[in-house]
Ligand binder design. Sequence first.
Ligand SMILES: Cc1ncc(COP(=O)(O)O)c(C=O)c1O
Length: 392
Amino acid sequence: MQDNSYIYLDHAATTSVHPEVVEAMNPFFSEYYGNPSGLYSMAQESRRSVDQSRKIISNFLGCRPSEIIFTSGGTESDNLAIKGSVNVNNSSGRHVLTTSIEHHAVLNSCLQLEEIGFDVEYLTPDSDGLIDPHEIYNRIRKETVLVSIMLVNNEIGTVQPISRITEMIKQKSTELGIKIPFHTDAVQAIEFEEINVNTLGVDLLSLSGHKFGGPKGVGVLYIRRGVPLNSLQSGGGQERERRSGTENVPGIVGLSKAISILDIRKEANKRYCRNLRDRLIDGISKRIPGTYLNGHPTIRVDNNVNFCFEGIEGEPLLVGLDFNGIFASSGSACSSGSLEASHVLTSIGRPVELAKSSLRLTLGYTNTSDEIDYVLDKLVELVSKLRSMPIL
Ligand SMILES: Cc1ncc(COP(=O)(O)O)c(C=O)c1O
């Protein structure tokens, strides 16, 4: 539960579970705890709830229930999409196209493919973090077996032109007479962007429950009908043989409840967070000299603010904010705490030293404009203090 003793500005890392989600999940821990594969009535209640959840989610995505499988989160969905959709035994087609600014769940999956002989090309974005759809058209070849491009970047919030990229892939694959599955990591997009799979035109799409008021440890992979996918786990053949393992029933119910809540409040949330975001961006740009906004100024997700502050390091800034009850991040959740410059910031051309001074503030609907004003005051104070400190 959120109290007034801190200001949480790390919603891209994770979110608190919505109270209605907790309520929806609760019975599935101790009342209807049956294994959905069982034949008795309690187990069938679990099965019904999993099926019902699948329907809710597929409605939201605009697909069939059978096109959705449940996973343990965004990382697993990305791994399965990438390693499961390329045919490792096909030596004639081993070219994969992705970007240098993907989440490590995608990048490290691609690295693994490289280790077994795949040729992975990493497109670099422009200085705002945008990938040029024409570049994708130009790089696709007869050997291309997968394209994976994220919808919203988790660090800088830039939104990629996915529908346009789909058009380019379709055009080029028709010319070459091949079929290329297109995967998008939509983990950071679900709360604010259009993620109807037909509007986007993607074949595979990853989601994670804990980024939008759902529980941790549960995710979704959408797989368009007809797109081949090899399972990465051997076991009991759940999820139509594509993801073995007893279903995480409370998690699945919680994720679908979070989607139902999101469906109702999405538009209002977007407007609300965008307002706070712009107030924060404006305040930092005007009140603190030597700052650089990372990511596209307008084609960015409604809750993301990411700046570099000349002359300081991100870590002491984070510590100072924490000391003042403000929780933020220096990059992606996984890389915060490490001293390395973010791969996303160096990819958009930030020099290493400047990249190390980054701060990511990600908003949620529980944040208020008073909180933003307080954060701005503290930032002005802390940046000035850190800049005046002697360099050791
Ligand atoms: C863009 C993106 N993809 C994938 C993931 C991984 O998701 P999960 O934490 O559910 O494994 C994250 C989490 O930070 C993310 O931001």
